[in-house]
Design a binder for this molecule. Sequence first.
Ligand code: GDP
Ligand code: IMO
Ligand code: MG
Length: 432
Amino acid sequence: MPAIAIIGAQWGDEGKGKATDLLGSRVDYVVKFNGGNNAGHTVVIPQPDGTSEKYALHLLPSGILTPGCTPVIGNGVVVDLHVLFEELEALTKRGVDVGRLRISANAHLIADYNRTLDKVTERFLGSRRIGTTGRGIGPTYADKMNRIGIRVQDIFDEKILRQKVEGALDLKGQVLTKIYNRRPPTVDEIVEELLAYADRLAPMVCDTGLLLNQALDRGETVLLEAGQATLLDVDHGTYPFVTSSSATSGGACTGSGIPPTRLSQVIAIVKAYTTRVGEGPFPTELFDDDGEHLRTVGAEFGTTTGRPRRCGWYDAVIARYAARVNGVTDFVLTKLDVLTGLEKVPVCVAYDVDGTRHDEMPVNQSDFHHATPIFEHLDGWAEDISGARTFADLPVNAQRYVEAVEQMSGARISAVGVGPSRDATVVRHELI
Ligand code: GDP
Ligand code: IMO
Ligand code: MG
């Protein structure tokens, strides 16, 4: 059986958590392959008594909520051990069985000095800041590339751990003191903090690449769940206003140890409009009442930092780009219900850059910064669609919106979200 990737097509918060949860019961493994606790996935699970349970996950893969499914933190992830055990404890208290979690021995650890460096660097950058989540993600990936990172396996050998922390602090201690005027932590402080988790962590740690490839050999299904999204990817996103990991389908392979030849499907989650958190270009961004309307109705406030999300109309240029970069086989169009009540729904079909029409992403970032959207205005609908469960249940104009967006976006739209809950989904083509 195949490996399937779920990725975000825009700037994150498209509803990847809900989609992963929806498919969780049909897969054997759910793997987080990139990022760390910068992610925030909200999952709403309907209960037999008609109420619903809401979960906010950051570091853990959303598959942890599905009984019988094995959640895996892959080698491409950066792990904050304090956050890991905090999330595990919170879920255990709510009755979720977290005993199956497996963590790659090669995943990198977020050390305290990297949390500090993330925050002080942002302050130092001032108006040039990225607007990071302040969780130490960027500095930890930088250490990985600089070959001074600390990995999960290092905490099982105190001597090695001490050597590595010393090596890292030789450099980073100087940066903290001399550039940022901060007292760096001592080697002992860092070693002690990390060692404190070793015994609890040990039973979860393994060669997750081997585990997953053996599962595929046995015919089991593996779902690879992205944090962040295509336009936040360090290679393919709006650099430098990106995160520091590979959030696209290529990253699903490098971040899990599953080879590209085993990936049979790439499902992209895309919102029926667009949002972004943090700094950086955003051609369809709205600064008027329409933007406020989308933010209020769509409850567009960050799951991780609580920041209001910037809101704008659907951008088909971005969707086509995501389809190409990721090799998307299916889109899941989420939050269609948020557009209910609008008389006309603008959709960006191309950009105008200094009088020239661009149907694809401009090659130069500065062109993207002042790209003006060229809109097509589709007819809206007034009927409440949150109860729709088949495509035919949707009002004709909502159906037309989905079909028009599908035409423009480079892959079929296989499911449509009409509410936050797991069951508030219209399936057009079975996803797995
Ligand atoms: P992720 O980071 O991609 O997993 O997305 P987030 O969880 O950060 O943000 C998506 C938000 O939209 C969450 O609050 C979800 O509960 C909610 N959501 C997901 N799909 C739908 C949908 O189809 N309609 C509505 N109204 N909300 C949705
Ligand atoms: P999910 O998985 C939206 C953004 C931050 C910032 C930039 C870099 O929930 O979709 P970082 O802390 O990663 O160095 O910040 O990336 N960002 C996200 N935006 N959703 C996310 O995750 C994000 N993770 C990071 O706001 O602009
Ligand atoms: Mg999110």
